[in-house]
Every structure is written in structure tokens, then in C-alpha cells.
Design a protein around this ligand. Structure first.
Ligand code: IMP
Length: 206
């Protein structure tokens, strides 16, 4: 494997919130968003997080001719049978704002009592060495919480204002970025991805 700490990696995301969180954790690697190469986001046609992450990573590696990392993430709510799931970013419709998605979620959960508001953020991260890599590195992270009745806090993005974090008894949007990174689905998946990439490099050198 040719991946080393100085290797430039293209990140298949245009979401500024995610780019900031990923850069903070993968500090040391030169990460370039695919937008720097004028690459548009691939269409997310999969029905699972892992399928969508692979689609995005392959597209970025193909267009930029660089190793790539893509994530697919979202919120899974038990009382909604797993929704919004892979359509978390467009739950209230294509192009919906974070506020519109949050409003729709709160509407759908109106009248649902606290004990049935369990939910989790999921993040799947995929590293591909090149576009036809047959053995991508896949890592995942899960962050358990509950959906609040009202939004709170201004940090983060997406559903952070309505995601209650049991460890801190507050909304995810009330946590400083470093605290969120230490707990979150994306933080877990990134730390795991880093370890898995290192383990693979070592095993391939033996
Ligand atoms: P995608 O991974 O770009 O398909 O979109 C994931 C969507 O899930 C985001 O647009 C958010 O709505 C939601 N999401 C994923 N991770 C987080 C998070 O850390 N906080 C809040 N919302 C998130």
C-alpha cells in the first residue's frame, strides 16, 4: 500500500461541518476537499450507509486520481423505523435546510414520549487507495442518544440541536467541537479508520 502520512487524500464531501470535524481528527494528513478539484458530489443511490460511502469514495478517487476518503452518515430513529437514515440530509426534501429537516423530525415525533425517542448517529467511512481498489478500508461509528422535544445549542450542524447526549445531559449542539469529536459517530469512525489503515500497511509490509 502506498498510503503514507504525507500522502494527499481527497475528501469526498462538500459539507463544511464534516470537513472541519474530519480535518481536526486526521491532523497531519494533507486533506483536500473534492471541491478543490471541481468534482461534484456523486449521487447517493445506495440504500445503506456503506453503499453510499463506497459510491462517493470511488467517484472522488476516479476524478482526482488520488486516494480518497468518503463518509456517509445520518440519524436512525427507532420510533420512525430507522428514518431519516440514508436520506437524513434531504429528509424534508431535496435541498432542505438543517432547520427544515429538524422541524420535520420534531413533527414526526410529536406526542412520542421520552422513553420511545431513542436514536443514534451512524457514520461509515471508506478509504480507497484508487478507484478500482477491490478491498476498501471500511470503518464505522455509532453514537447513541435520544431526540429532544425542542432544539438547543448552536454548535455543530444537521440534527445536533435535537440530539440529546446522555454522557453530558445536553444537546450535541451545546457541546464544544472537541468534546463532540471525542464521543461522536464520526470521531469513532475516524479513529477506527486511522487504526485500520495503519494495520493494513503493517500487514502488507510483512
Ligand atoms: P450525508 O452523509 O452527506 O449523506 O448526510 C448526512 C446527514 O446526516 C447530514 O446532512 C445531517 O443532516 C445528518 N448528520 C450526520 N452527522 C451528523 C452530526 O454529527 N450531527 C448532526 N447531523 C448529522
Amino acid at each position: 500500500m502506498t498510503f503514507s502520512s504525507s500522502q494527499q487524500i481527497v475528501l469526498a464531501s462538500g459539507n463544511l461541518g464534516k470537513i472541519k470535524e474530519i480535518q481536526a481528527i486526521l491532523a497531519g494528513h494533507p486533506i483536500v476537499p473534492q471541491s478543490a478539484f471541481n468534482v461534484a458530489e456523486a449521487e447517493e443511490t445506495g440504500s445503506t450507509f456503506v453503499e453510499n460511502a463506497i459510491i462517493k469514495a470511488r467517484n472522488a478517487a476516479l476524478r482526482c486520481k488520488l486516494p480518497s476518503i468518503a463518509d456517509d452518515s445520518g440519524l436512525v430513529v427507532d420510533a420512525l423505523n430507522g428514518a431519516p437514515g440514508v436520506i437524513s440530509a434531504r429528509y424534508a426534501g431535496v435541498g432542505a435546510s438543517d432547520q427544515e429537516n429538524v422541524d420535520k423530525l420534531l413533527e414526526e415525533l410529536e406526542g412520542v414520549p421520552d422513553e420511545h425517542r431513542s436514536a443514534r448517529f451512524i457514520c461509515v467511512l471508506v478509504f480507497m487507495e484508487h478507484a478500482s481498489d477491490p478491498f476498501p478500508v471500511i470503518a464505522q461509528g455509532v453514537w447513541e442518544g435520544k431526540i429532544l422535544h425542542h432544539a438547543a445549542g448552536t454548535n455543530g450542524f444537521g440534527y445536533d440541536p435535537v440530539f440529546w447526549v446522555p454522557e453530558h445531559n445536553c444537546a450535541s449542539a451545546e457541546l464544544p467541537a472537541a468534546v463532540k469529536n471525542s464521543l461522536s459517530h464520526r470521531g469513532q469512525a475516524l479513529r477506527s479508520l486511522t487504526q485500520l489503515i495503519k494495520a493494513r500497511e503493517l500487514s502488507w509490509q510483512e
